[in-house]
Design a protein around this ligand. Structure first.
Ligand SMILES: *Cc1c(COP(=O)(O)O)cnc(C)c1O
Length: 343
């Protein structure tokens, strides 16, 4: 019997649909290192316009956009303020130190979110003992926070503190569109608050590859040079950029479906006695804590033997992520297993 695999490990596991592949096959291309790929240029402009920014830079991954941005904003020895669970610190292979020679000031935020007061309290004084605080980075939605969303008023306050102290503000918006789907705000409103913005096309938006870095023309000019140094200058990248354009045009408005399915999973999980706690579910991420007598590997193996994949997300923590290849039929199968076939 051929069992359907239901993959809840991440929203990166999606595969391009037929019409996305058609768009890719039909893309007009050129050498992007010479700035001559019309599809890459169109994607970069589209992303920039969406956020009211002057320019965009198409990169291979969200780690690359974040790391290029951090390098562009800092000098070796500078300090970056971010949450202690943030992707730029935890999941980019030590890139802040490796690529930029910068240190970090880690804040224990609320489900991955920091406040304006946190930022203000952690700016170093003008003192040669201290690294120079030179960047603030926030993540929206916050992955480790269970897909939590920032309050735009708090972001405005953070922006004010940054402006007053001459600090650039970077957004790791790998799942930014999930955040504004939940809050009903616009990319333009958020765009005005940040000096640089990274968005992933390869997460909830379903593109196979790619992220965009957005900012002023001067910033992107600098970032383009850094991307080249990092080996990220691509040639006829229009073939993959076309998937990004398709993703922005077609896959933002459907994100609410993923959020609804996440809510349903949450309501099923909250009734199961093998679960101790669920982090509030705001978007497409569900993080839950297993009861003490159940190990992560037991839980994951039991799920996997029934065709469902998920990941361990810390001690007794498991993460599910819903996405555009997780259908209603799969939701039905999953809820049946979670209700009746676990412990
Ligand atoms: C996935 C992700 C990224 C980028 O990851 P890549 O795999 O390098 O594209 C950045 N920030 C957050 C919060 C993420 O979840």
């Amino acid at each position: 019997m051929n069992q359907t695999i239901i993959d809840l490990r991440s929203d990166t596991v999606t595969k391009p649909c037929k019409s996305m592949i058609m768009a890719m096959m039909e893309a007009e291309v050129g050498d992007d290192v010479f700035g001559e790929d019309p599809t890459v240029n169109a994607l970069e402009n589209k992303g920039a316009q969406l956020f009211g920014k002057e320019s965009g830079l198409y990169c291979s991954s969200g780690s690359q956009t974040n790391q290029v941005a951090i390098k562009a904003h800092t000098q070796p020895g500078d300090e970056v303020i971010c949450d202690s669970t943030s992707h730029v610190y935890r999941y980019e292979g030590g890139g802040i130190a490796f690529n930029s020679g910068a240190s970090v000031r880690l804040i224990d935020g609320n489900r991955g979110r920091i406040t304006a007061t946190d930022v203000l309290d952690n700016i170093n004084p003008e003192d040669p003992h201290c690294p120079i605080t030179n960047l603030v980075s926030v993540e929206n939605t916050a992955n480790k926070g269970g897909g939590s969303c920032y309050d735009i008023d708090e972001l405005s306050k953070i922006k004010k503190v940054c402006s007053k102290n001459n600090l650039p503000l970077h957004l790791d918006g790998a799942r930014f569109f999930n955040a504004i789907t939940k809050t009903g705000e616009t990319a333009l409103e958020h765009g005005a608050l940040f000096d640089s913005i990274s968005i992933c096309l390869s997460k909830g938006l379903g593109s196979p590859i790619g992220s965009l870095l957005l900012g002023s023309s001067d910033f992107i000019k600098k970032a383009r040079r850094i991307r080249k140094v990092y080996g990220g200058g691509m040639r006829q990248a229009g073939f993959i950029a076309a998937a990004g354009i398709y993703a922005l045009d077609n896959n933002i408005s459907r994100l609410n479906e993923d959020h609804q399915r996440a809510k349903e999973l949450k309501s099923i999980l909250s009734a199961q006695n093998y679960i101790e706690e669920i982090i509030p579910v705001e978007t497409n991420i569900i993080i839950f804590k297993l009861r003490e007598n159940i190990s992560n590997s037991d839980f994951l193996n039991k799920l996997e033997s029934q065709g469902i994949k998920a990941i361990s997300f810390g001690p007794r923590l498991i993460r599910f992520v819903t996405h555009l290849d997780f259908t209603d039929d799969m939701l039905t199968i999953t809820t049946d297993i979670l209700k009746n076939k676990m412990f």
